[in-house]
Design a protein around this ligand. Sequence first.
Ligand SMILES: Cc1cc2nc3c(=O)[nH]c(=O)nc-3n(C[C@H](O)[C@H](O)[C@H](O)COP(=O)(O)O)c2cc1C
Length: 333
Amino acid sequence: MIMPAHPKTWDFVHVRRAGAQARRLPARMSCRMSGRPPTVHAPVRRGQGEGGTIPRTERAAADAARGAIMGRMAEHTQLIDAINIRTAIRAYDEDPIEDDTVRQLRMTLDPINLLADLNLQLILDRPEVFAEANASGHLANARHFIGVVGPKDDDEAMERAGFYAERVVLATTLRGLGTLWVAGSWDRELAARACSVPKGRELYLGIVIGHPANHLDRLATPYGELAERARTHRTTKTYERFTAPMGDEAREQAPAWFRAGVEAAMKAPSAMNRQPVLFDYDPATGSARATLDPQAGDERWGLNDLGIAKLHFQIGAGQGSWTWGDGGTFTHR
Ligand SMILES: Cc1cc2nc3c(=O)[nH]c(=O)nc-3n(C[C@H](O)[C@H](O)[C@H](O)COP(=O)(O)O)c2cc1C
């Protein structure tokens, strides 16, 4: 589905997609959703809630299929691969996230929290946080999320949150899971209660995670097809718009790494798809700069989007690092 560049509300953009995905549920899922009781049940695993009611045989088959397919995907293991196939996922399967994946994700979060002074946390089985969005059809089966918690009223921390939490999004994508940043499509109060929010800190945002709807089909889809879907599933501002502070001549003279960085940033998620970040290259210093576009009109989540876009740029450019802030510079190494 082609999405308008500047959607007005989350519902406007995505409710039809969630409906379309729900219609494509495979037979076994449709049967379960029709209310027919499953026959053999695996024991409900601690912390996995209703996910544990999936019949044992189905789960074993799904685990085996996932294992086989993930083995075939082994050649696409880089963060740039994740950038190329990631899209916002709003409809999920009921299958629980495997224990091993949960463990790995938590192991990823710990050092990031230490490094970035954040409190990213994986919260499992809280469908009530997404009850309204799930009921309206905007989301389907959203129940697990990463709570993005950080210091209160701290602009730089908000940017760091975007940068580092997106790193988690990309790592999660490489494990075959789907993700969705959420600012509005949840009950923020319930989410905050499910998280640990120390004094002086606040819940900025959430990231829904889980197996995308029809995930076995998706895992079996060739990488090139997923990349093509991601490339065409929504509109994006052009390269020229992303580099609006530069003239045509400067664009032509900029090194290949700059263009690759911007192209990776064009694939980044942003609140309401506003894509509020501009890039330019300074030939005098050989560095790039990222600024918030005053015309994008994204005051609330702009800094988070800036952090996300900087991470994508850095991965696309290959090597190098950013200084924080609106107007921060990137040095390529
Ligand atoms: C900070 C932030 C908040 C977002 N909040 C929501 C939300 O509440 N509901 C929703 O459906 N999508 C939300 N999104 C997802 C964006 O709509 C989506 O990333 C954007 O439309 C681009 O699409 P893509 O992620 O598929 O590339 C959010 C994204 C970001 C980065």
